[in-house]
Design a protein around this ligand. Sequence first.
Ligand code: ADP
Length: 485
Amino acid sequence: MPSKKHILIASPEVRPLAQTGGLADVAGSLPAALVRQGVETAVIMPAYQSVLQNKAIRLKETGIRLVITQADQIIEGFLLHGELTPGIPAYLIGCDQFFNRPGLYDCDGIEYPDNPERFTFFCKAVLQVLPHLANYPDIILANDWQTGLIMPLLIIQGLDRPRGVFIIHNQGYLGLTPHDKLDILGLPPHFNNIDGLEYYGQSSLLKAGIVFSRALVTVSPTYAKEIQTPEGGHGLDGTIRHHAEKLRGILNGVDYTLWNPKTDRYLPAHYSARSLKGKRRCKETLLAELNLTGAAERPLVVMVTRLTAQKGITLVAEAAADLFHTGLNLIILGSGEPFYENMIRGIEANFPSQYRSVIGYDEALSHQLIAGADMILIPSIYEPCGLVQLYALKYGTVPIVRAVGGLNDTVRDFAGTNPKGLWDTGFKFTQFQARALILTTKRAIDLYNRPRDFTAMVKAGMKEDFSWDNSARQYLKLFEKVLAT
Ligand code: ADP
């Protein structure tokens, strides 16, 4: 019998320990999906202050001390151990100097200036702890720029195992390291040329992952194409084209044990495609709690989002007057950059009876919004995969999306009555223009005003299946290929 493969997932965030966006959902749910495919999987991440305080899982000291050299500094760390869920080991790299701080990457929206040092330390620590893990990994599956340096470090150490596979969840985060910090990375100078980490006079830790991995994944087939274009490449499209042969797009999956309107612990009522009564109650409760009274018949549109330029907030602000003119209500839950927090707060002054904004990261409210809404708006400039539209589909909330990345791959645009009775699942627009957003929202509201047809679309969405199994099988095939060469 062939021995089991061992995979170590290295990620800067893993749900439920630490989360700023969809990467944490993926790193938190992919392990169980891989285990179902017969692969032993563990995760490793930084032991941020919030992780140690929140105690989402029980963590034990391993007694293992880390000593890492970075330029002329010697930095000490430690290794903690727990279980993400039964049978899935979680390893946490602690370091007072780098991780004992309030935010994951920033404090009040201002990025920590030593992020390159922090995640260089994490990458070096991952390599240092390998011999101490319960199972020595065959593959390290590294995620986004924070873990990119692991790929060249594996090469420098000349190890046959583990082999490096790198996932790009968002090419917009380049992990730039200024030239004068190069010596902290601990790479030979020739790694920093144009075919290596060099990025317009700086170094990119994302590029380190792209160039030096054995295989490269991004999180949807459309995004795999977009990052090879100047519009979607963030300056790395040439690099991606050069490495296109080892790139593939694998859609993220959903953990339907956490996102299921029949069982969701955050909802005031439960429902299914067979009976949508509970969804109606979710809407009424939400409207009452946010004091948007007397509006239950109006279409309720929501957004649940990180507040960054990528998410298209400017388009919503620009379109606001026309959107509210249609009679809809809008609720935005978001956290992130202060500029966009002010922008979404600002809308309320002009449309107090139809709009609410909630600033902050609120898991319970995110579920209540996605359940209670009729539609969800995702007008992103780009969207590598996107998870909220997948959650919305399962919750019978119709996505109105820009046709980019994973949004394009997972939503079928309404094309009118389908003679076969197969219904489309949402509304898409292409141009990043307020006018396109307004027209598409009006198309959605037209359908909303035909309740039978709208309900048919709602139910079509609820039947979609984006569970992990299919994607996990694709990862498994990729691991087999990487280990065979
Ligand atoms: P991204 O990874 O770019 O942020 P995704 O759609 O892939 O976008 O994933 C976003 C994840 O983060 C979802 O699980 C969503 O519910 C969650 N999320 C985003 N913003 C908030 C917020 N303010 N409060 C609660 N959850 C949020």
